[in-house]
Design a protein around this ligand. Structure first.
Ligand code: 0WE
Length: 255
């Protein structure tokens, strides 16, 4: 079993029990990590704190990753409480709903800016906050999706953001390698989360994903959590800058 006793992890992106962040938090907690779990705002607080209370020793923090002062305040609080960080999980994305349907050519400047800011720049910003606390090295991970490299109708501006996110993973890996901080992405198959709920034909997409994938099923949040646990642990000590697929093999198919 992987043992993360004595390791501290900060997790961004908890909204509810369907969040990928929650699947990852549960797995890291079961391995013995101390958890700091972040939710976006007051609106998310009640539900998030209810979940966090299920994990003994875990603490909740409010942090909107699109606001620099909130990131600064969060890492000051984490430094005060834990002294050191080992693991960072970034499970945050957002694009305006109007830009996730219809014609890509009509992507708005504001939608593009928002998608890049919330879904890509935030990884750079939180990694910058965490790096000085990762004094024994560390593992940073984010969540991506196959549409970063092949067209998935309607994913639109989020696909451009995920491509930028995967590139940011490589540049952060290169930047932080000398500090023994590894940076990777998990490219998860489609999962019914709050973020995916607004997607019109998601059920149909998931069915076709299950049909075509070598394992003939969909992935769940805890399976993404299992891969995150591996990336958080020393078992992955030579893996950085990588995009790891947790998609039941969907991405290997050509037809
Ligand atoms: O990354 C995602 C979800 C990203 C997402 C979803 C929303 C919906 C509600 C980001 N921002 C928003 N903003 C909203 O207002 N996925 C991988 C799930 C997903 O989203 C899709 C998909 C899939 C799969 C959007 C269109 C087509 C397929």
């Amino acid at each position: 079993m992987i043992d993360l006793a004595g390791k501290t992890a900060v997790v961004f992106g908890l909204a509810n029990k369907r969040s990928i962040a929650w699947g990852i938090a549960q797995k890291l907690h079961a391995a013995g990590a101390t958890l700091a779990i972040c939710y976006q705002n007051e609106r998310m607080k009640l539900e998030a704190e209810g979940l966090i209370a299920e994990l003994p020793g875990a603490s909740g923090f409010q942090c909107d990753v699109s606001v620099d002062q909130e990131i600064d305040a969060l890492f000051a609080a984490l430094k005060e409480k834990y002294g050191k960080l080992d693991i960072l999980v970034h499970a945050v994305a957002f694009a305006p709903a109007t830009d996730l349907r219809g014609e890509f050519i009509n992507t708005s400047r504001e939608g593009f800016r928002t998608a890049m800011d919330v879904s890509v720049y935030s990884l750079i910003a939180v990694t910058r906050g965490a790096a000085p606390l990762m004094t024994d090295g560390g593992s940073v991970m984010t969540l991506s999706y196959y549409a970063a490299e092949k067209v998935v109708p309607n994913y639109n501006v989020m696909a451009v953001a995920k491509a930028g996110l995967e590139s940011s993973v490589r540049y952060l890996a290169w930047n932080l390698g000398s500090k023994n901080i590894r940076v990777n992405a998990i490219s998860a198959g489609p999962i019914k989360t709050l973020a995916a709920r607004g997607v019109g034909d998601l059920s149909e997409m998931m069915k076709s994903h299950a049909d075509r994938a070598p394992l003939h099923r969909n992935v769940d949040q805890l399976e993404v959590g299992g891969a995150a646990l591996f990336l958080a642990s020393d078992l992955s000590s030579a893996i950085t800058g990588e995009v790891m697929y947790v998609d039941c093999g969907y991405n290997v198919m050509g037809y």
